[in-house]
Design a protein around this ligand. Structure first.
Ligand code: 1CP
Length: 351
């Protein structure tokens, strides 16, 4: 077999850090780096609904590349949403501006499961692979991160019907009809597995699974109702051969349990110090995070102080610098550019 051009490319910094290999400096990227904090993003988005953007390869590629050009981050993340595959199989979902995903007919009973047919990325959403191919062509050595929603967080949108603070309806369904809830999660896992597989086949070099709202569950419920399904998801995507990151917000109490799902790296929010995460998880996982997203709002002195403090507390091997959750829309993009430079400068190995 002759090696194609991609086989000759050096392994990206991000991928090496996620594999806990030595790096010459720490990689940095930001969740929600493509988005409302960027004027060039707001310009492209004008009048184009979010899900239409995701289905327009050249626009999707453009906004994915914007933060790489502007900030010099060490990875791009595909511009899409966790509900995109669900919408693509015909579930009525709209992403409302300033709100988030809103489901036309929320899931209430077993009959609703029939609405979740299997997801065939090549037929249902071919625009994503097209966008990935444009993006990777432009990125050169910078890797592209793909992503999907974890089953619980996707289920929470389907059952609640819209963004919710503490996922009461979803948690009540789990308590009242655990078998139905489990079947719902299994179907959603299949959809996310299919989506991640096709993203990797199209060229993404790492994947992140967002279980953003899992923190509303107790550890006991997470272990009983969610962990077996998320573990299957991580097991089934292992053979794709790219590093897998598992992330949730406000879920310090679930860190060990979420790590048992079997990712290569754990995303940590700002509430848990990285040194504590390292102690609790051991050496087996890379860590990603975890600057408080409000730090870049607080001025350059605070930014430098907090970044230095975070890096002093972070593991040397196996750390990817990120915020503890997404970039806040009111962030001055110049502060993010500054932050990338700071992390690079502080972590650069003299040689
Ligand atoms: O740059 C990037 O990070 C890529 C783009 C991206 C990603 C990774 C978007 C675009 N969405 C996501 C994932 C996503 N979507 C998550 C997981 C990450 C996280 O925890 O933030 C979640 C929970 C969603 C659901 C969602 N979509 C929300 C949250 C609503 C809630 O429950 O509080 C929102 C606001 C959206 C809309 C959305 N997705 C993306 C953008 C740029 C937007 C805003 C669109 C608009 O304002 O019109």
């Amino acid at each position: 077999m002759t090696a194609g051009p991609e086989e000759n490319r050096p392994t990206p910094l991000l991928v090496r850090a996620l594999r806990r290999e030595p790096v010459e400096r720490k990689p940095v990227w930001f969740m929600r780096q493509a988005g409302r904090s960027l004027p060039e993003y707001r310009k492209v988005r004008q009048g184009v609904p979010m899900l239409e953007m995701c289905r327009t390869p050249d626009l999707c590629a453009e906004v994915t590349l914007q933060p790489v050009r502007r900030h010099g981050v060490d990875a791009a993340i595909l511009f899409s949403d966790i509900v995109t595959p669900i919408e693509a199989i015909g579930i009525g979902v709209e992403i409302q501006s300033g709100v988030g995903p809103v489901v036309a007919e929320p899931f209430r009973s077993r009959a609703d499961l029939d609405r979740l047919r299997s997801f065939e990325p090549e037929a249902d959403l071919p625009e994503v692979a097209e966008a990935i191919s444009i993006i990777t062509g432009e990125l050169g050595e910078t890797p592209l991160i793909g992503f999907a929603g974890a089953p619980f967080t996707l289920a929470s949108y389907l059952v609640e019907g819209r963004p919710s603070k503490s996922q009461e309806r979803a948690r009540a369904m789990q308590l009242e009809e655990p078998a139905l809830f489990r079947d719902l999660l299994e179907r959603l896992a299949d959809i996310s597995i299919a989506s991640l597989r096709s993203q990797v086949e199209a060229g993404v070099q790492a994947v992140q699974v967002f279980d953003s709202w899992a923190g509303s569950l107790s550890e006991a419920t997470y272990r009983e109702a969610v962990l077996p399904v998320s573990r299957r998801l991580f097991t089934e995507i292992e053979s794709l051969g790219v590093p897998r990151i598992h992330f949730a917000v406000n879920a310090g109490h679930l860190m060990e349990a979420m790590a048992e799902a079997g990712p290569d790296a754990m995303g940590v929010d700002w509430r848990t110090p990285l040194s504590q995460a390292r102690r609790r998880l051991g050496e087996g996982f890379a860590l990603q995070g975890n600057l408080d997203p409000t730090v870049p709002l607080a001025g350059p002195e605070v930014l430098e102080r907090e970044t230095r403090a975070l890096l002093a507390d972070a593991p040397e091997l196996g750390h990817v610098f990120n915020l503890g959750h997404g970039v806040l829309p009111s962030t001055d993009p110049a502060m993010l550019t500054e932050l990338v430079g700071l992390v690079h400068q502080i972590t650069e190995k003299a040689n």
